[in-house]
Design a protein around this ligand. Structure first.
Ligand code: BTN
Length: 254
């Protein structure tokens, strides 16, 4: 177990922990509609009953076993067109966190799932608030499977810290470590270290630079090589020498 002292400047300094909540993201959004929580405020629970995933999916977790939390950021220094920079940053923060505990091959599956040897360990749902064409806030929802050892999700292969390392973890300790890694990457974003974030994101990117099979929205499949990520977050896949840009939901990994 990794026992470093993970102090932060602002992430998690206010940590509103609840016995149970339907969704930490929904709670954070509601809170933002009536107040201005300080940057880095966290809403967390170990018993989320109606967790929300990407593309309208559900995020299901067993009570008391996993990290489910949302962090409030105000990335006003980003233009709305640069929203994907935040996705990259958060994916890297969670990736760094996982790598600090799990020594198996870990990767970021575009846009921001965290995999350990092809099995999904963590998911991220970022809900941005824009007002008058400006970034007003971001609710960064993170679910990391920690001590759960059985999953009943058809067609998918989730995993957890416990399944990968055969240990049980103290959720409070892990939460502090997660805050530390998120803050570190967020500060890099704030201080314009875009090139570093891009390089690190590509370095951690699942199937980057190697042939892989994909399925397009129209159902056809092809073998291509991921060759980059566009500034707007589109995945660039080279197929037979031609580069194609894909938005979210326009292409699927097979
Ligand atoms: C995904 O589909 O991969 C994203 C899952 C995000 C789940 C987290 S758990 C904490 C936060 N609150 C939610 O309702 N969802 C996110």
């Amino acid at each position: 177990m990794n026992n470093l002292n993970y102090n932060t400047l602002f992430v998690g300094k206010v940590d509103r922990h609840f016995e149970s909540l339907p969704s930490t993201n929904s709670y954070a959004i509601e809170l933002l509609s009536k107040s201005k929580p300080s940057e880095g405020t966290v809403i967390s629970t170990y018993h989320q009953t109606a967790g929300r995933g990407q593309f309208g999916n559900k995020w299901l977790t067993h009570a008391g076993k996993n990290l489910t939390l949302s962090v409030i950021f105000y990335p006003k220094f980003l233009t709305p067109r640069a929203q994907f920079e935040l996705n990259k940053t958060i994916a890297l923060g969670v990736y760094d966190f996982v790598c600090a505990y799990i020594s198996k091959k870990t990767a970021i599956k575009w846009p921001n799932d965290i995999l350990v040897e092809d099995r999904k360990l963590a998911g991220i749902l970022i809900q941005n608030g824009l007002s008058s064409g400006q970034f007003s806030h971001a609710v960064v929802g993170i679910g990391v499977n920690i001590n759960q050892t059985s999953f009943n999700i058809a067609g998918r292969t989730p995993t957890s810290f416990a399944l990968e390392t055969h240990q049980q973890y103290d959720l409070e300790q892990l939460k502090m470590a997660l805050y530390f890694f998120l803050e570190k990457r967020y500060l890099q974003l704030k201080f314009n270290q875009h090139a570093l974030l891009q390089t690190d994101y590509l370095q951690g990117l699942y199937r980057y630079g190697v042939p892989h099979r994909f399925r397009k929205k129209d159902g056809t499949s092809f073998t291509g090589i991921i060759e980059g990520i566009a500034p707007n977050g589109q995945l660039i896949i080279n197929h037979n020498g031609q580069s194609t840009f894909f938005g979210f939901k326009e292409v699927q990994f097979l």
